[in-house]
Design a protein around this ligand. Structure first.
Ligand code: PXP
Length: 238
């Protein structure tokens, strides 16, 4: 059964809008875990626009499932992760101006820095996943870099409007899942997944972990976080 990594970044986004204390992503993570999330995902960005160092520190102490830290493959982040020891780090590309992570990591171009970050994190006892587009060359490079897992970027599928292009994107994801397994890596997926588009990706089979944030937090504003998480967990278990 696939697991849910609940991304609570946008709880912090709302807090940062006023620079105060509420809502607290630490509280959101606890509610999410009680509602059935299998893990908590946060992205500590270089510009600290949502999640803060304080959140990472407290979540490390309070998360009872698994903590997945999304981060850029920089020296600063590797140092923070090695000190904090989340169960997993997911390396993502990061650009200052982007609204959210825009594409997968270019493991080929950044091979040296990515493989060195993978190695340092693994030395600290952390499982490492690389967020990549469903592109065979990138997936092969992820394996060469020593990654334990890949997280397939589902953004292009989520954004495809016509059925034909959705089907094309799904087929690409299916091939990426299969290649990831052939190369001995665990396969995760995420980005842009919501209550209406996740079922087709689950149906591919073999995806161990789904990292989902925006759609769950958006629904939580209207129906409450407990219900929003339970509804997503039910979809993953169907
Ligand atoms: N996975 C990764 C690697 C991401 O960077 C993000 C966005 O922070 C997500 C999953 C979650 O995407 P969304 O908020 O669109 O569900």
């Amino acid at each position: 059964m696939p697991t849910l990594g609940l991304n609570v970044d946008h709880v912090a986004t709302v807090r940062q809008a006023r620079g105060g204390k509420e809502p607290d992503p630490v509280t959101a993570a606890a509610i999410g875990e009680l509602a059935g999330a299998n893990g908590i995902t946060i992205h500590l960005r270089e510009d600290r626009r949502h999640i803060q160092d304080r959140d990472l520190k407290l979540l490390r102490q309070t998360v009872k499932t698994r903590l997945n830290l999304e981060m850029a493959a920089t020296e600063e982040m590797v140092m923070i992760a090695a000190r904090t020891k989340p169960e997993q780090c997911t390396l993502v590309p990061e650009k200052r101006q982007e609204l959210t992570t825009e594409g997968g990591l270019d493991v080929i171009t950044g091979f040296q820095s990515v493989s060195s970050a993978v190695h340092s994190l693994q030395q600290a006892g952390i499982t490492v996943s690389l967020f990549v587009d469903p592109n065979p060359e990138q997936i092969r490079a992820a394996q060469k870099a020593g990654a334990d897992a890949i997280e397939i970027h589902t953004g292009a599928y989520a954004e495809a409007r016509e059925q034909a292009s959705r089907d094309r994107e799904l087929a690409t994801i299916r091939e990426a899942v299969s290649l990831g397994h052939q190369l001995g890596m665990t396969v995760h997926a995420g980005h842009g997944l919501n209550y209406s588009n996740v079922a087709e990706v689950i149906a591919i089979g073999g995806i161990r972990e789904f990292n989902i944030g925006h759609s769950i937090i958006a629904r939580a504003v209207l129906v409450g976080l407990d219900r929003a998480v339970r509804e997503m967990v039910a979809l993953l278990r169907q």
